[in-house]
Design a protein around this ligand. Sequence first.
Ligand code: BTN
Length: 257
Amino acid sequence: MSLAEASRRLGHRVHALGIVDSTQTEAVRLAEAGAAEGTVVTASHQTSGRGRRGRRWVDAGGESLLMSIVLRPPVSPNRAPQLSLVGAVAVADALRACAGVRAAIRWPNDVMVGERKICGMLPEAATPRPGALGHVVLGIGLNVNQAEFPAPLCDLATSVRIETGRMTAIGEILEGVLSALDRWYGRFLTAGLDGIREAWLERAQSIGRRARAADGREGVAVDLGRDGALVLRTDSGETLRVLAGDVTMEASHATGD
Ligand code: BTN
């Protein structure tokens, strides 16, 4: 282990599995059994990969980074979704550092190259008692070595290989993600969302785009609130704050079905 790795908070223990139903399920099991913060589960293929909003996350096997990481931040449960904002900044940085891919974040936590999704994130929190956050398992699905995607995904999804024209070792991307996540998660622990908000805004593609809240009201996204809400300005000049799951971005896609 290098000195840099030894001083990291995350990734000291990596359970590298083959075929599993979902790395989330495995990581939740480990977290419930007391696994330390930073414990990582990876898999070569998932038979029941989970996406956001109950969607499936489908992978072809051996081509994606499929990982779940156990986090135990000392924050209230309503702040758990903020961890996927942290994760999105880290993945965007890792893609740049490991593969030279310029990615941008679509609120709240999709990582995009242009209009195509390269990575999705799923934070799942456990609250053993009201108001107490036990752990958060942050799942990351990143398309690495897919040469192409079948229709209709081909218009919606991309991979590191499609963007660079070459294969990249999934382990190299995992290391890059862990190192970037360690850095940004450290800032989140010391400064809260303020520690990553500027970085998120610099990497965001959502600001300036139209978005629709769950109640049907629409507006242009103008900011990321200090609580992680997306701030919309409606055509009538009203300011709306929407939380993850309550908004549809224009040109919104998912890699999962
Ligand atoms: C989304 O964009 O809908 C989130 C997708 C998250 C997928 C990853 S793959 C690794 C981890 N295990 C799962 O079952 N889901 C997450």
